[in-house]
Ligand binder design. Structure first.
Ligand code: BV8
Length: 252
């Protein structure tokens, strides 16, 4: 049986007729690009580091160089990674759907490199840094012998432009994501363990607002609600087939 044969026909039909589609992505979407996820025991970042030791403001205050170098290592991984067919399928879906909103928890910028143009980055982007005092965002910064480098304007340490645990999400991004989830008719939750709030509430909010929800993941349970689909699959394998099945006559 091929992936196409295993697709629920009701989901394909829902994707084809949807007026407004939302996709929420997590680290699982970038896994097939070689970027470690947070929870996969073998390769997961958590397996190497305790999140409380690195992805928090306290960690940065305590050991700015360690935190800076962890992000520099991840930035290096991202720089040699390429968008995978899952990223490309979501960029194609943006072109084909009447209304499409991509909300990502990922900080690797791979959706934009795949051609997605309207991306809500709930947790920021590690390809940018910002002044830890003024908040000014920079996309380039000097290499220094003792990182983190100083802000060119005020001299305070630069930090990754990401949202750490215990930090508020960018209000405008969260508002746009919430509005999209409460007004869509199909919500795709892809490659996320759904453990980190407030992003984890978005599928529930969409379902409560009447949307059909499809979860594409490698560790899914069985469907419990009637308007829910759970597909145990790799996003890079399933998404291209799902989009092509829903839009068979569309140009690539
Ligand atoms: C907030 C950026 C209000 C940084 C990230 C105590 C004090 C303070 C806050 C809290 C607290 N207790 C709880 C909280 C809230 C906290 C939270 O949710 N904690 C969790 C751990 C319980 N949230 C926050 O702090 C948020 N802010 O609440 O502000 C506030 C403020 C102060 C006080 C109280 C409240 C901020 C959260 C943002 C944190 N930043 N990232 C960085 O990247 O370094 S989170 C980071 O981890 C990611 O962005 C992502 O969100 C999360 C990882 O989750 P996933 O993406 O789902 O990845 P994961 O590895 O878990 O799962 C991958 C999945 O893919 C798996 O299911 C796997 O099976 C699957 N998969 C693998 N391969 C594939 C696949 N699926 C398909 N195909 C494949 N090929």
């Amino acid at each position: 049986m091929t992936i196409a044969d295993a697709l629920p026909p009701e989901l394909v039909a829902a994707l084809r007729r949807a007026r407004s589609i939302v996709a929420l992505t997590g680290a699982g979407v970038s896994a097939e690009s070689g970027i470690p996820t947070f929870r996969d025991a073998q390769t997961g970042l958590w397996a190497r580091y305790n999140p409380e030791d690195l992805a928090t403001p306290e960690a940065f205050r305590r050991n700015p160089r360690l935190v800076w170098e962890w992000y520099a290592w991840r930035r290096q991984l991202v720089s040699v990674a390429a968008p995978n067919p899952g990223h490309l399928a979501l960029a194609r879906l943006e072109r084909l759907a009447p209304r499409f909103t991509l909300i990502t928890q990922n900080v690797d910028g791979l959706h934009q490199r795949a051609g997605s143009t309207s991306v809500i980055e709930l947790h920021g982007n590690l390809l940018r840094v910002r002044c830890s005092a003024e908040g000014t965002v920079y996309t380039t910064w000097p290499d220094v012998a003792d990182p983190p480098p100083p802000c060119p304007a005020c001299g305070a340490p630069l930090r990754p432009d990401v949202v750490w645990f215990g930090e508020m999400l960018p209000p405008e991004a969260l508002e746009r994501a919430w509005r999209a989830a409460t007004t869509c008719d199909l919500f795709l939750s892809i490659g996320t363990s759904g453990l980190v709030e407030p992003a984890a509430s978005l599928p529930r909010v969409a379902y409560a607002s009447g949307a059909t929800v499809a979860v594409i993941n490698l560790d899914v349970t069985n469907a419990v609600e009637e308007r829910c689909f759970y597909l145990h699959a790799r996003s890079g394998e399933l998404l291209p087939v799902l989009v092509s099945a829903a839009f068979p006559d569309a140009a690539t």
